[in-house]
Ligand binder design. Structure first.
Ligand code: IMP
Ligand code: MG
Length: 179
């Protein structure tokens, strides 16, 4: 697996430090509230676990799965809910936790759908953001790192379902997805 990695973009220690800062910011912003975190499977799973364990608030966990990608490295632009939650969101303070904002289509679609369920508030927390790739205007409320236009894996992010368990956010060797 490591032979496929070209370089480390964000090392584990930097991820940990930034995730801790994000957690403390959320803690401050939601003092005295119960927060419903919606983890977007599967990419956000690793970030989600690291994040929520640093948050000292009353929290609830929900898991959703949407698909916009095939096995490739670019979004199809078409978004589908693959697994929904069955807990009502009306009146709740919701934070969607995602791995990365790329074209913006997944989150703008998802946020619109969840807004229709009447939450008291809804925000988006993402580990990574590639603003240069936007096709749909979208801004995350809590953003870990803005990165350049490179396809990355690790810390939950995959290429064709592989490399999610890498501890660092890594850039793959181009021959891995061109072969
Ligand atoms: P968007 O709808 O184009 O913003 O796509 C968001 C989804 O694309 C993310 O949840 C990821 O699953 C996937 N994605 C976008 N960029 C990358 C990347 O660099 N590595 C791995 N997955 C990515
Ligand atoms: Mg993915």
């Amino acid at each position: 697996m490591l032979k496929d990695i070209e370089s480390i973009l964000i090392p584990e220690e930097k991820l940990k430090a930034r995730i801790y800062e994000m957690a403390k910011q959320i803690e401050k912003d939601y003092q005295g509230k119960t927060v419903t975190f919606i983890c977007i499977l599967r990419g956000a799973s690793v970030f989600f676990c690291d994040l929520v364990r640093e948050i000292n608030l009353d929290v609830r966990f929900e898991f959703m799965s949407v698909s916009s990608y095939g096995a490739g490295t670019t979004s199809s632009g078409e978004v589908r809910i693959v697994k929904d939650i069955n807990t009502p969101l009306a009146g709740k303070d919701v934070i969607i936790v995602e791995d990365i904002i790329d074209s913006g289509s997944t989150l703008s679609f998802l946020k619109k759908i969840l807004e229709q369920r009447g939450p008291a508030s809804i925000k988006v927390c993402t580990l990574l953001d590639k603003p240069s790739r936007r096709k749909v205007e979208f801004k995350g409320d809590y953003v870990g790192f803005e990165i350049e236009d490179k396809f990355v894996v690790g810390c939950g992010l995959d290429y064709a379902e592989r490399y999610r368990n890498l501890k660092d956010v890594c850039i793959l060797k181009p021959e891995v997805y061109t072969k």
